[in-house]
Design a protein around this ligand. Sequence first.
Ligand SMILES: [Fe+2]
Length: 204
Amino acid sequence: MNATDIKAARAAKVSATVERIRAIEAAEGVTPASLSKFREELMALAAQEHLFPAGEFPPPANGEKGSNRYLMQMDEGGTFALYLNALNPGNETKPHDHTTWAVVVAVDGQELNKVYRRTDDGTDPERCALVVDHEVMVEPGRGIAFMPDAIHSIHTTGAVPTRHLHMYGLSLEQLDGRKAYMADTGEIVPYNKNFMKATQQAKA
Ligand SMILES: [Fe+2]
């Protein structure tokens, strides 16, 4: 397949996958059970690695921190927003929420997800207590799904860059109420969508 054919095949497969996910959502709403079905649909898409060539979706140049995010498709109004994220090994985020549902699956590369549980009562908007509830290595054949209030951090611990499909109930550009949960200090602070880059710059 040449590049034009790959683009066309990708657009068709992405569109058909999102259409099935829309139908599941319409029938069942957003629940842990329906999100599992979204995840299965996206894993079947991600398994077609030839549709997402490494050369077309590179991570930041020279092994730099942060992510390159490629929009695959989103509905009018920003719903059902599907991206491909490419990160180099060695990245990590603070624990954060999404305020919408989220599903992450892998075309290539590994991303360790730490999923947290709050041990406080959640009533203080500025303070929290967190523990790691469980960990999931997102890699080819294994994905993860989150309800809107879930808290996770990601750690690209693998040896090769990631190409992961991330789907959200609403586009990241429209999510302005996200929070980061500082597990060490207990602070809750706004989660900037460039938090990874900002964190790296602050350290530099
Ligand atoms: Fe996230």
